[in-house]
Design a protein around this ligand. Structure first.
Ligand code: SF4
Ligand code: SF4
Length: 76
């Protein structure tokens, strides 16, 4: 089952350094007109958290959406 993710960008904290969209391996994040990160295609996000982990300003959160996890057995 495909997992879905939610990305939150705190633009107050973002300094538009571009790290997040340069490291994003799937193109889910792209460079905006003012060099800000844009969530270009959330369906492409694979939840690798590279953007979140490498953002120097802690401006990105990646969370798995749990809507499709319901009914899926986790653990034993
Ligand atoms: S890595 Fe962080 S500070 Fe840099 S552009 Fe992305 S969200 Fe903004
Ligand atoms: S979690 Fe990974 S795939 Fe998703 S937007 Fe961030 S870098 Fe791209």
């Amino acid at each position: 089952m495909k997992k879905h993710f939610e990305i939150t960008i705190k633009f107050d904290w973002c300094k538009k350094c571009g790290i997040c969209y340069y490291v994003c391996p799937t193109g889910a994040l792209e460079k905006g007109a003012m060099a800000e990160p844009v969530i270009a295609n959330i369906d492409k996000c694979v939840g690798c958290s590279m953007c979140e982990n490498l953002c120097p300003d802690f401006a990105i959160d990646v969370k798995e959406k749990d809507t499709e996890k319901r009914g899926v057995k986790v653990g034993n």
